[in-house]
Design a protein around this ligand. Structure first.
Ligand code: HEM
Ligand SMILES: *[C@@H]1O[C@H](CO)[C@@H](O)[C@H](O)[C@H]1NC(C)=O
Ligand SMILES: *[C@@H]1O[C@H](CO)[C@@H](O)[C@H](O)[C@H]1NC(C)=O
Ligand SMILES: *[C@@H]1O[C@H](CO)[C@@H](O)[C@H](O)[C@H]1NC(C)=O
Length: 324
C-alpha cells in the first residue's frame, strides 16, 4: 500500500515536471486566441476563402506546407533566405511551393496584425489555414489546438528529415515514428494526396528508370504509366500532374482507390500496399470515405503537435518571412 502510494506520488511528480518542461496545458489548447484575438480563426478563414476564389489549388499547397512545417510546427519554413543564410524554404524538397502560398500567409498575417497586433503566430496561421483548406475541399472540420510560437532559426541544411517520395514502407514508418506518428497515421495522412499536383521529377524514376533498371516500375498500372509518360516526357522538370486524376480538388477516398489499383503516383504511396496490414487499411479507407475523413482530422491534430514551441519558447513574428 505504502509502496503504491509512494509510486503514484512519484508518478504525479514526473507528470508535473514534464508539463513544466513542455509549457503548461493552457499554453496550447483549442481556443487559445478566444480572448486575445477572438476573430483570429474567422480572419484566416475569410482570407483563405478569397484566395480559393482566385486559385482553387492553393489549399493543397497549404496542407502540404503544414506537413513540411510540422516536422517542427514552428513556421520556420516561411522565413526568407538572407545574404548570410539559406533558409529551409530554399532547400530542395521545399522548393516546390508556389510563391503564392507564402503571399496568402502574408495577407492573412497582415489582417491579423491590424486586428490584434503581435498576437497570432505564423505557425498557428499555417495550422488554421490547413484545416480550413481541408474543409474547403470537402473534408471534415476539426478543432485546431493553438498557441504555437514561431521558431527563431531557419537553416536549409540544418535538418533534412522530410521523406522523399522514393521511400518504402519501412523507411516511411520509421520517419513517422521518429515524430511520434504511427503507421496508421502514415496511411491516413498519405490520403492528403487525394488533392493537389506533383511535378514530374517527383515520380519520373517510376516511368523511366526504376531502381536504376532503365525501365519503368513494373508494379505501376500500364494504362496509367502511359498517361503519365505522355504528361511527363523523359527529362521534363516543369510539368505538373494531378495526383488523384479522378477528382483532384475533392477531399474524398479516391486516393485509396488509386493505390489499391496500382495507380498510386509515388513509390511512397504505392508502398502502402506492401503489407497485408496496411493494404487492409487502404481498402477500408477506400470503402468508407466518412471513416477516412474522421481519421484524417484526428491525425492532422496529432501532426499539428509535433515539436511545437509554447509559452516563453519562440516568438510571435511580426512578419512571417523574417525572424524578429
Ligand atoms: C508519407 C510521406 C510523404 C511523401 C513522401 C510526400 C511527398 C510528396 C511529393 C513528392 C509531392 C509533390 C511535390 C511536387 O512535385 O510538386 C507531394 C505533394 C503533396 N503532399 Fe505529400 N508527401 C507525404 C506526405 C504528405 C502528408 C502527411 C501530407 C499532408 C497531410 C501531404 C500533402 C501533400 C499535398 C496536399 C500535396 C499537393 C501539393 C500541391 O498541390 O501543391 N503529403 N507530396
Ligand atoms: C524543409 O522545411 C521543413 C520545415 O521548415 C524543415 O523541417 C526541413 O528541414 C526543410 N528541408 C530541408 C532540406 O532543409
Ligand atoms: C550548411 O549551410 C551553410 C551556409 O548556409 C554552409 O556554410 C555549410 O557548409 C552547410 N553545411 C553542410 C553540411 O552542407
Ligand atoms: C538510372 O538510375 C541509376 C541509379 O539510380 C543512375 O545511376 C543512372 O544514371 C540513371 N540513368 C539514367 C539514364 O537516368
Amino acid at each position: 500500500m505504502a509502496l503504491a502510494r509512494g509510486s503514484s506520488m512519484l508518478l504525479s511528480l514526473v507528470v508535473v515536471l514534464c508539463m513544466s518542461v513542455a509549457g503548461s496545458a493552457s499554453d496550447f489548447k483549442v481556443g487559445y486566441y478566444w480572448e486575445s484575438c477572438p476573430k483570429a480563426e474567422d480572419i484566416v478563414k475569410e482570407e483563405l476563402y478569397n484566395a480559393f476564389k482566385a486559385n482553387a489549388g492553393i489549399g493543397a499547397d497549404l496542407i502540404r506546407l503544414h506537413f513540411h512545417d510540422c516536422f517542427g510546427c514552428d513556421a520556420s519554413i516561411l522565413v526568407d533566405s538572407t545574404q548570410g543564410n539559406i533558409a529551409e524554404k530554399d532547400a530542395p524538397p521545399n522548393k516546390t511551393f508556389e510563391d503564392e502560398v507564402f503571399d496568402v500567409i502574408d495577407s492573412i498575417k497582415a489582417r491579423l496584425e491590424v486586428a490584434c497586433k503581435g498576437t497570432v503566430s505564423c505557425a498557428d496561421i499555417i495550422a488554421f489555414a490547413a484545416r480550413d483548406s481541408v474543409v474547403q475541399y470537402g473534408g471534415k472540420y476539426y478543432n485546431v489546438p493553438s498557441g504555437r510560437k514561431d521558431g527563431m532559426v531557419s537553416i536549409a541544411n540544418e535538418t533534412v528529415d522530410l521523406p522523399p517520395p522514393t521511400l518504402n514502407l519501412n523507411q516511411l514508418t520509421a520517419m513517422f515514428a521518429s515524430k511520434g506518428l504511427s503507421q496508421d497515421d502514415l496511411v491516413i495522412l498519405s490520403g492528403a494526396h487525394t488533392i493537389g499536383v506533383a511535378h514530374c521529377p517527383s515520380f519520373a524514376d517510376r516511368l523511366y528508370n526504376y531502381s536504376g533498371t532503365l525501365k519503368g516500375d513494373p508494379s505501376l498500372d500500364v494504362e496509367y504509366a502511359k498517361q503519365l509518360k505522355h504528361e511527363c516526357p523523359q527529362g521534363n522538370t516543369v510539368n505538373e500532374v494531378d495526383m488523384d486524376p479522378q477528382s483532384p480538388l475533392t477531399f474524398d477516398s479516391s486516393f485509396y482507390e488509386d493505390v489499391a489499383s496500382n495507380r498510386g503516383l509515388f513509390t511512397s504511396d504505392q508502398t502502402l500496399m506492401s503489407t497485408s496490414t496496411t493494404a487492409y487499411k487502404v481498402s477500408q479507407y477506400a470503402k468508407y470515405p466518412e471513416f477516412f475523413k474522421k481519421a484524417f482530422a484526428a491525425s492532422m491534430v496529432k501532426m499539428g503537435q509535433i515539436g511545437v514551441l509554447t509559452g516563453k519558447q519562440g516568438t510571435v513574428r511580426a512578419n512571417c518571412r523574417v525572424i524578429n
